[in-house]
Design a protein around this ligand. Structure first.
Ligand code: THU
Length: 130
């Protein structure tokens, strides 16, 4: 399928800002809020490896910091020929703010043809809630 270009372009742009000298794996995320704004994030690694933050969480946190908490979709792109499925921690963070029908587009930048569209409910069924 063809990824939505209005999410793909900012996700690719922010992907190029990734700080990933340890994995050499660049990830970008573009998150659309219900009111139509787009928030971006890239992965930021650290010499103390466990401090690394993923692109998806950085995009969510950037939005939250502006007071926006309602979202419709996210696009995740990696400079790879494989699909960058979001990690478990990012799925759980998305579940804090996003409904089960929230759309997740996953794009391998080196092969757009294998873009996949999934819902949060498909990626994180029976998630933990308080
Ligand atoms: N990474 C993300 O940005 N998002 C994910 O959902 C999975 C992994 C990043 C973290 C690290 O900088 C690199 O990819 C390799 O794990």
């Amino acid at each position: 399928m063809t990824p939505p270009v209005e999410l793909l372009k900012p996700a690719q742009a922010v992907m190029n800002n990734a700080h990933s000298p340890y994995s050499n794996f660049k990830v970008g995320a573009a998150l659309r809020s219900t009111d139509g704004q787009i928030f971006t994030g890239c992965n930021v690694e650290n010499a103390s490896y466990g401090l690394t933050i993923c692109a998806e969480r950085n995009a969510v946190f950037a939005a939250i910091a502006t007071g926006i908490k309602d979202f419709t979709e996210i696009l995740i792109v990696a400079d790879s020929d494989k699909l960058p499925y979001p990690c478990g921690a990012c799925r759980q963070v998305l579940s804090e703010f996003c409904p089960l029908d929230f759309n997740i587009y996953i794009v391998a930048n080196q092969n757009h043809e294998i873009t996949e569209k999934l819902s949060l409910g498909e990626l994180l069924p029976k998630s933990f809630t308080m």
